[in-house]
Design a protein around this ligand. Structure first.
Ligand SMILES: [Zn+2]
Ligand SMILES: [Zn+2]
Length: 346
């Protein structure tokens, strides 16, 4: 076992504080990663505050991890010491179900292991990226291409793949009109990726406050959803709407913005069930769908895609002592567009 410094929430809703945790010995197929940067995802806050149900404490959040391999187990073939690597939301899965075999580990039916707030196959709780080091099976590690800086790459491990996967699945590309709903950590990556895929991109945001940023990141159009005229003007427009918001929405109003056979895909979700008039999907043969992160192979594909197109996330780099303040700012939508912790300050 290795003792490493970390930032943990000792109990639900308690502020995070510096502590130490034990990392397992490097096993046959494990790599030890010196963490350099860890992104702060909105879901870190949901889980540290038990917004999504009972959680495991102490909790070390963080599933947007970028670092460098510092040791490998004897059976490791994919990585060597010095490689730049990332870890996202999963650190293991059953590896046997149909979904795992299809590279859809995120939908594993035999039990996947989240990077934190989960229990590993060794029966021990998992701890995330707000720490100095992590030990992960090589099959759940991805390579960060040289073209990406590690700090800007970290948020791609959740925010990047969560938007890339549905944009690919629903064929965002040339000739397609894609709307990104919400211009936060996920949304700003959705804009960059949809634009790089060749789609005509519209941002639907509550206000026009971030319009300049949106256009700079690749959006062709930018509308405020607080303006009722937006819904009249854009009725029947989009092939795909990717919703990154977790606030309750008037789904019927948004479904009216889809053209025939269009899809409204949720990657964010409110804590309460939503109401829907099913005629909103019957007319126009529309799809209301959801999507969760992405598989390991697809995460690698996304990193390579971002490197090829020359972009990572837009980040605000912070020291570990600023995590609690950063959480409050995320809740107030006051971040452009992802906080990333400099792990050297842990
Ligand atoms: Zn996340
Ligand atoms: Zn599985």
């Amino acid at each position: 076992m290795t003792t490493v410094a970390a930032y943990a929430a000792p109990a639900a809703k308690a502020p995070l504080e510096r502590t130490t945790i034990e990392r397992r010995p490097v096993g046959e197929f494990d790599v030890l990663i010196d963490i350099k940067f860890a992104g702060i995802c909105h879901s870190d806050i949901h889980q540290a505050r038990e917004g999504w149900g009972e959680a495991i404490f102490p909790m070390v959040p963080g599933h947007e991890i970028a670092g460098v391999v510092s040791e490998v187990g004897p059976g490791v073939t994919k990585y060597t010491v010095g490689d730049r690597v990332g870890v996202g939301c999963l650190v293991d899965s059953c590896r046997e179900c149909d979904n795992c075999k299809a590279g859809l580990e995120q939908y594993c039916t035999g039990g996947s292991v989240p990077t934190y707030n989960g229990v590993g196959k060794d029966g021990e709780p998992t701890y995330g990226g707000y720490s100095e080091k992590v030990v992960v099976d090589e099959n759940f590690v991805v390579r960060i291409p040289d073209g990406l800086s590690l700090d800007e790459a970290a948020p791609l491990l959740c925010a990047g793949i969560t938007t890339y996967s549905p944009l690919k699945h629903w064929n965002a590309g040339p000739g397609k009109k894609v709307a990104i709903l919400g211009m936060g950590g996920l949304g700003h990556m959705g804009v960059k990726i949809a634009h790089a895929l060749g789609a005509e991109v519209t941002v639907l945001s509550q206000s026009l406050r971030k319009k300049d940023d949106g256009l700079k990141l690749g959006a062709d159009h930018y509308y405020a959803t607080s303006d009722e005229a937006t819904f009249k003007e854009l009725a029947g427009t989009f092939d795909l709407i990717l919703s990154t918001v977790s606030a309750p929405l008037n789904l019927d109003a948004y479904l009216s913005l889809l053209r025939t056979d269009g899809a409204f895909v949720n990657v964010g979700a409110p804590e309460e069930p939503v109401k829907l008039n099913l005629f909103s999907v019957i007319g126009g043969r529309k799809t209301l769908a959801g999507s969760g992160i992405g598989g390991i192979q697809e995460t690698q594909e996304m990193l390579d895609f971002c490197a090829e197109h020359g972009f990572g996330a837009e980040i605000e780099l912070i020291s570990a002592s600023e995590i609690n303040e950063a959480y409050e700012r995320v809740l107030a939508s006051d971040v452009r567009y992802r906080f990333v912790i400099d792990a050297a300050t842990i």
